[in-house]
Design a protein around this ligand. Sequence first.
Ligand SMILES: C[S@@+](CC[C@H](N)C(=O)[O-])C[C@H]1O[C@@H](n2cnc3c(N)ncnc32)[C@H](O)[C@@H]1O
Length: 371
Amino acid sequence: MPETSELRQRQAEFAKELHGDNVTKSGFSALVSKNKSAQTEAVAKYLKHWDGKTDEDAERRRLEDYNESTHSYYNVVTDFYEYGWGSSFHFSRFFKGESFNASVARHEHYLAYRAGIEKNDLVLDVGCGVGGPARTIARFTGCNIIGLNNNDYQIQKANYYAKRDKLDSQLSFVKGDFMKMDFEDNSFDKVYAIEATCHAPTFEGVYGEIYRVLKPGGTFAVYEWVMTENYDETNPEHRKIAYEIELGDGIPKMYPVSAARDALDKVGFEVSESLDLTDNDDEIPWYAPLSGEWRYVNSVADLATFFRTSRVGRTFTTAMVTVFEKLGLAPAGSASVTHALEEAAVGLVAGGEKKLFTPMMLFVARKPEQK
Ligand SMILES: C[S@@+](CC[C@H](N)C(=O)[O-])C[C@H]1O[C@@H](n2cnc3c(N)ncnc32)[C@H](O)[C@@H]1O
C-alpha cells in the first residue's frame, strides 16, 4: 500500500520511540542505545514477510507491504550500515591503489556527471539514505538537492549531517514514499537514484513518479539493482540467491533487468544509456569488501572497513551482537538482523560471482520536451 497520512504519522512516532531524539551517535554506540521493546517490534515487522517462502502468495504480501517492511528494515539496519560501510549505502567499482572512500565518491561523481547536473540545478535524490551521496554531489556540482526517503531516522540523520558539514543551504531531506510523491509535476531539473528504487513493488510505479516530477527535457540517472539476463527464475539455485538478497536487503522482489528497461520506456522516458557497470574485467570486483579476500585490500586505511565487511568481521560482529543481546545490552532481535545481513552478503557475492545480479545497472533517461 502506498503511504497514507495515518501511516506517515505512525511511522514518525515509532521512529521517535525507537531511536530517541539524539542522532549524533552512530554505529555501535547508536546500536546499543535503542528502546528495546520498539526494536523487537521493528525486527518482527521487518522479518514478518521473509519466512523462506517464494510462492506467489508470499510475494504478493511482500509487495503489498513494501512501505512498512522497508521502513522497518532501515529502522534496524541503518546503524549497522553506518558502522560497517559508512554514510553512503551503495557499492562501487574498485581500482588498484584506490581507497574505499575514493571509489565510493567516484561512483557518485560519475552518476552526477551522467545526469548532467549543473550548479544551481534543483535535483531530487530518490531514496537518499543518510545523505552521503547528496553531500558529495552537492559539493561536486554546486547544485541544490532534495533527498526523499520514507525512513524518518535516516532523514533526521541526513539533516543533521548536512548542518554539521555546512551544506544545509544546498540540501534538505524530506519524508515521503517514492511511489506517491508529494512534489508538483515538472519540479526538478534532474533526478538521480542510487540503489534505492529496487525497494519499489513495481519499477513502473516509481519511474512513473520520477517522470512526473522531472521537468520536460530533464534527465534521470540511476544505479539499479536487478537480476541480469543470465538469471532464470525457475532455477532453484538462482531463486535462492535472489531470495537471500531480498531477505537481507529488505527488497520485496528482485526483478530482471528487462523489467526496469521496459518500465522506463513505458512511462515515457527516452533512454540513452543501459549499461551494466559490473560487466567488465576489473581486477577487483564490486563485491570485494564482502568477499573476505584480503588480496583486494588496497590501503592500510581500508583495513578497518574491510575487516568489518569481510566474512570474518561479520562473524565477529554477529558473535558480539549475540552476546550483547544475551546480556540485555542489545535489544532482542539484533542477532537475527545480523544473520539476515550475513545471508544478504552471501547472496550478493554469489550473485556477483555467477553474474546473475548487478547493483549498478546504469540507466540514463530523458523526459522529452513537451510537444
Ligand atoms: C540502499 S539505501 C540507498 C541510500 C542512498 N541512495 C545511498 O546510496 O546512500 C535505499 C534507500 O531507499 C529508501 N527507500 C526505500 N523504500 C522507499 C520508499 N518507498 N520511498 C522512499 N524511500 C525509500 C530507504 O529508506 C533507503 O534510504
